[in-house]
Design a protein around this ligand. Sequence first.
Ligand code: UGA
Length: 433
Amino acid sequence: MKLAIIGTGYVGLITGACFAEFGYETICIDKDEKRVNELNNSKCPFFEPGIEDLLNKHLNKTKLLSFSSSLSNSISNADIIFITVGTPSKRIEGEADLSYVWNVADEISKNINKYCVIVTKSTVPVGTTREVQNIISKKIHEENFDIVSNPEFLREGSAINDFTRPDRVVIGCENKKSEEIMRELYKPLNLIDTQIVVTSIETSEIIKYASNSFLATKISFINQVANLCEKVGADIQDVAQGMGIDKRIGAKFLDAGPGYGGSCFPKDVKAFINTADKNDIDLSILSAVDKFNDGRVVEITNKIISKSNLKKGDSIALLGLSFKPNTDDIRDSTSLKIAKTLNDMNIKIQSYDPVAMKNAKEENPFLVLCSNAYEACNNAKVIIIGTEWNEFRALDFKKINKKKNKLYIFDLRNIYSPKELKELGFDYFGTGK
Ligand code: UGA
């Protein structure tokens, strides 16, 4: 089976590399020539554990993977073509910007000359896959292609594992022929008994948004309960544990923190609300999730300022700049939102992140970059643990507080024991504790 993947962002590149790992001849296409050249040299444009090894293996050893900037030369032999281009938020209203999807659909319609299955893998609002079908059928007879929705559920930072060991694969299709082709494609996952959910195209599109929105809801919910815990002297981690043991609730995505960020949840929640509005459906539960999350980082920043009495001229240490560990992605990073507000107050931001410093500095030139967590903490009045990177989990706080000055620590991700840090002389603030 030959595959073509259009768009080499997170989803496209991981999809391409992992399908090559499954043994398929895969070509990934991107109109950005510089990116394609780098990829052909096994250089990944972003940090993701394991991806460069996979690229190297399948570009140079198995030769199953290749990259091209020419769509017209690359898709004519493909049995399955995946659309994995970005669907960013439009500036106003949170509506998804589908212009890349429409352009690619049009390009595909001009360049296929044998039967193939065309798959939307990008996160697209319900109705988009059907519209892609309409665009293509203007030039290609409906017998000569089938359209499928096959959303992706991988997370940044654990993308390869998520792709190769998914909880489920969702296939939205409308006939047996395309269903069989998609089942064949995912056959390598039979070995690990992955559930394949076959449904209509519209249902499949909704599953993706409903899943991300539900996870975001869990996070806003636990963050609101965390606020209540702080007020009444309860502990959110124990509450989450006590709730999560109930299989109907589940333990995952109940970690309180500074609110959800990244390139997906904020954008997808807004886009799902937009879809509901357009269809005159009350999804106000999600509007509350979105509104609370937008305010969450402001609330956390104010807490840091007021509890530590931060003032102009003070220095803080900001540990972790990416929106989550194991990625250099800084899109909608809560750490950087906090940094911007504090910088506006003329506070010096001594920051450290294992991989995201370059990206963070480009957009936030005021950051003072440090070579490790200890250097960032030098003479800082406040330490903020913004991202729960493993290397922040076992810091030697005796080394940090050697002067025994009053030092505040805001552990936004609850990775330390309040008791231990208080005993070491820190004014410790967790989240929801
Ligand atoms: C998310 C979904 O988890 C993936 O299933 C989905 O495929 C992806 O979006 C997408 O649509 O492309 P991702 O954005 O990579 O993945 O990261 P997550 O691990 O889901 O974290 C998102 C945000 O939620 C982060 O800011 C994280 O810190 C926050 N979070 C997560 C919490 O605050 N608490 C939690 O318990 C879990």
